[in-house]
Each structure stands twice: as structure tokens, then as C-alpha cells.
Design a protein. Structure first.
Ligand code: CUA
Length: 171
């Protein structure tokens, strides 16, 4: 069978690139230990009121660590906060330097969860508990936004976390 010289070169180039991608995939898993994000646990979204998510909110775990339990539903995050912003969304407050463990689940459809300018990002599936931890080293107000399109009110689905100076004065 005759294969044109250029076609052969392209075939070789394609095979080389595919080989490179495959090697990168295998080495990321075996050498660098990269894993797909796994849910922290599973939960029945119909009976959330019988779980820890019946009482969402922030727990002070001591030593600058906070656990926050949040329920996502169309179209708000319920972080159990008494403080609301001007649009009625929950506001969380932590002192600067805190490490926050976010635990999330969804009561209805798939939602997203991303903390502005921090490495915390969860895809929130109904029936799954997602977990993401991040440290807040900078004073300021950061939005936490749903980043999975979840319907008509998706763009309004957010909460805020206010990182306050360690001395307790206003941010
Ligand atoms: Cu929830 Cu988009």
C-alpha cells in the first residue's frame, strides 16, 4: 500500500503526540499521585434533615480551624448564618489565617461552589458530600459562587466570606 510521504509524517506525528499524552496521563497518576476528586461521603438528599446538614453552619474547631456545613439548593447556599447581605444571602466571618473546611451537599440538582481567589472548588451533586479546604491569609470579602448552571436563578446563587483582621477590628 502506498502512503504519501506527508501523510506518513502526519501519522507519525499524531502517534507521537498521542503517546506523549498517554505517558503524561499515566505518569500523573503513578508518579505524581493525581486522582480525580472523590466525594467525601454519600447522603440521601431526601432525608437531609436527619443528617448533620439539618443544622448547617460554621463550627469553630479550635486552633484557627472552622468546619462549615452548607446545603445548596435552587438558588441559594444555606450556610446557617444569622448574618445576611443586602440581598439576603448568607455571610460568613472568619479571622485572618483561618483554615476553613467546607462540607457541601445539594438538596436538588447539581451545583458548583468556588471561593473567589482561593483554592476551594467543589462540584455539588445531590447524594454526595463534597469537601474542600482552604486557608484565608488575606483580609477582605470574598464571594463564593455557584459555578454549575442550575437554572433560572443560577447567577444569584452566592454567599460571602469576610476575612477579618486578627485583632477583631472591622475589615
Ligand atoms: Cu447553583 Cu448554579
Amino acid at each position: 500500500m502506498h502512503i504519501d510521504r506527508y501523510e506518513r509524517q502526519y501519522l507519525i506525528a499524531v502517534a507521537a503526540v498521542l503517546g506523549l499524552f498517554f505517558a503524561a496521563l499515566v505518569s500523573s497518576a503513578l508518579v505524581f499521585g493525581v486522582r480525580l476528586p472523590q466525594p467525601e461521603g454519600y447522603i440521601n438528599p431526601l432525608t437531609l434533615n436527619r443528617t448533620v446538614f439539618a443544622n448547617p453552619g460554621m463550627r469553630n474547631m479550635g486552633n484557627g480551624v472552622y468546619d462549615v456545613y452548607i446545603v445548596a439548593r435552587m438558588w441559594a447556599f444555606d450556610a446557617g448564618s444569622d448574618e445576611k447581605d443586602e440581598r439576603g444571602q448568607d455571610v460568613l466571618r472568619v479571622p485572618v489565617g483561618s483554615t476553613v473546611n467546607f462540607y457541601l451537599t445539594s438538596a436538588d440538582v447539581t451545583h458548583g461552589f468556588i471561593v473567589e481567589r482561593h483554592n476551594a472548588n467543589i462540584e455539588v451533586l445531590p447524594g454526595h458530600v463534597g469537601r474542600s479546604s482552604t486557608r484565608f491569609n488575606e483580609v477582605g470579602t470574598f464571594h463564593i459562587q455557584c459555578h454549575e448552571y442550575c437554572g433560572r436563578g443560577h447567577q444569584n446563587m452566592y454567599i460571602k466570606i469576610i476575612v477579618e483582621p486578627a485583632d477583631g477590628s472591622a475589615a
